[in-house]
Design a protein around this ligand. Sequence first.
Ligand code: BES
Ligand code: ZN
Ligand code: ZN
Length: 459
Amino acid sequence: MKITFGDVPKKAKDTLRVSLASQKTTDVTLIDGIRHVAIGIDDPKKVTLRRLFLIARQIIAIAKVQKVKRVAIHFSDFHFPEVELSRREVAELLGANFEMANFEFVKYKTPPPEGWSFIEEVIVSGTSWDDVREGFKIGQVIGDEVNKCRALANTPGGEMTPKKLAQEAKSAVKGLGVHVTVFGERAMKKIGMGGVLGVSRGSDEEAQFIILEYKKGSVKEKPIVLVGKGVTFDTGGLNLKPENYMYEMHMDMSGGAAVIHTLALAARLKLKKNIIGIIPAVENMPSGSSYHPGDVLRSYSGKTIEVLNTDAEGRIILADGLAYAKKYNPRLVVDVATLTGAASAALGSRATALFTKDEKLERLFRNLGEESGDFVWPLPLWDEYEEEIKGTFGDWANVGKTRYGGAINAAIFLYQFAKEYPWVHLDIAPRMTSIEGEYLAKGAAGAPVRLLIKLLERF
Ligand code: BES
Ligand code: ZN
Ligand code: ZN
């Protein structure tokens, strides 16, 4: 969408004027043949940052229902006593959330006769400050990459294979100064990535190990490494998922998609940092050549993994990804994965599960979550949980001994491969898809791209 600054032409009939008003309900009225919407926000003193994300998206959602192409807002409407943001930051928030609310995954749909109801222009009046313009511009770039991440994650599993994901990684960062390396199965065999290769055995599609390198920091500065789960479809393997649990498993590469588009975003924003993205990509399939429950895999780290359940595949490929990250001598590693249904059981659908041994990082991530709208909430990562995943015939079992604490068992498993650097694990399964009332289209939610970019800017 285009964002322009200035007053709305008086007779702009295709423009919806939106204001925020301290009433309780939202009204649509016609004044001189021009539609006005007053979004009821009740008490302005009660408008929090969390609420502001929703208001921004609601504006676009209402405009789409009204089938207009243009929306006019007044910038000063967005100043609230409880929201401690600068003008520039408010503009960035609006830019990002307008874009996010304007996205729908229509690639495979025939357009309706009247065309799609996307908003083409937002006219912002009451401001001409450069910092506001700059904020909107950056916000739109952020929103755009979040949407590209959502489109990638939404792409059906039949089309989005590991090789296709590798191609998408390349095209996402084309011309942005990000170097992409992709290992196929031969290369992985040579260096001993038994985790990725093990999970991939049942699939006809070749596994890929995707590496993105963006080095615009000083040569001496250690990089931040982002590791994303890239399971392009998760059937569960021989421990086949029951039918209604398999439905959305083409989105099991959402972590990988978030890493790809966070790197693209960092490059577009020209961050002066060293950032590495690592995405082990596989398809988890049942077949005559699948890995079996009971198999013992030798991971890239040298430690062995006893496979007790082939559906706990994400942690196995991430074990190789995390061990590989060590090569970069990182100052921080963050992995992002749709790892467990148990994280959703624990947190519902409103927060990503956060795991780290480092209290400072825990606090930082919680703050970044609040600031970005990609909310996170901590769960414990105590050594005691290691008891749950001690293997019988291998070093570490890929599932816990009981059916309790599944998200924690997965996290403590990953920790075995991430002990040598500061590390944060984000289980984004709860935020894989958007929910009712968020004013986001159905499908992938694009978490946690907004959080990660703030991290990269700040850390
Ligand atoms: N990809 C799934 C987790 C998942 C489920 C993500 C639903 C998003 C929505 C993961 O690979 C998986 O199957 N995990 C199992 C682990 C279990 C076998 C220990 C789970 O959560 O049930
Ligand atoms: Zn699985
Ligand atoms: Zn999975």
